[in-house]
Design a protein around this ligand. Sequence first.
Ligand SMILES: [Zn+2]
Ligand SMILES: [Zn+2]
Length: 363
Amino acid sequence: MPQISAAVAIAPHSPLEPMELALAEPRGMEILVRTRASGICHTDLIIRDSDFGAPLPAVLGHEGAGIVEAVGDAVRDVEPGDHVLLTQASCGHCNTCRQAHPMNCENFARYNISGKRANGEHPFDGRISGGVGGQSSFATHMLAYDTNAVILPRDYPFEWAAALSCGVTTGASSVLRVLTPSAGSTFVVIGAGAVGLGALMAAHVAGCSTIIAIDLLGDRRNLALELGATHVLDGADPDLAATIIEITRGGADFLVDAVGLPGTTADAVQSLRPGGHAILLGAAGVGQRAPIDIMALLFNRKIQGATLGDQVPHSTIPALISLQRQGRFPFEKLLTFYPFGEINAAIHDMEAGRAIKPVLLFD
Ligand SMILES: [Zn+2]
Ligand SMILES: [Zn+2]
């Protein structure tokens, strides 16, 4: 069994603790990956701080990239030495997987948030949960699956790849795969973090002509302007919907709410034109409810969720890499790098709003 170093979440709102653990050998469809980089996502902190997902203590992290070291006997598409980015895992054979919606996999919970391997066994031992996001990337090695490994070009930096595992791609895929705006559309994003700015850059790529970004922080509004926003608004503005309706002359065609609080959800509906389409991506927390104007929805407005932007990782992520290489999707501007040993400082900077997308670097 590989001996690994991991950062373990032991209690809500507490620093992660370094531990040496024994990780199981890959079997069946599993692969063993040596971690080279990992993003940190707000969902990791939701798992740490609430009853959602793998029970503590747990090795969190679901934005890993690295080099394949070993594969199970049923793996066909990945081999040792491959450079891979790990996304959320899917089973590959259920009804929704076969319909090209792997992020709605009927076995999603078992593969990503159960705290165990998909086969029901423990990845470390019975005390510590793993398998988060089909990987648990806050560790020097990860046990993943061939279904959630996207093979990378050999010359592509791991520290960029890791940032495409979840948040940035969730925002971008929501626009490119779900909203599919036509050129000249009007677009609004609430929240200019990794998800929101991913959506904004995708709206820019898609040719939206009016792009409005909303955030409480001035430096994030400035970054939004640099990435293609035509207008920025302070999230503290009490009349956001009215301002958006004025700028767009009647309401936005498309909107992404990357915050997901009751107030932003209500604003999202009010800001759409009749027939407009909004996606909610913010994780408000279990049990949160929003006051939505039912009469507004009657006028053909649409509002929906989109797990991980309904991405199909093996086609969505290579497309985003190509766009980035052309300078059209410069998500590297959102990244701040930390050595793995400074993971608690990285989490602190993210919680304080100083780092949009922290990425951990491994030796
Ligand atoms: Zn995430
Ligand atoms: Zn499935």
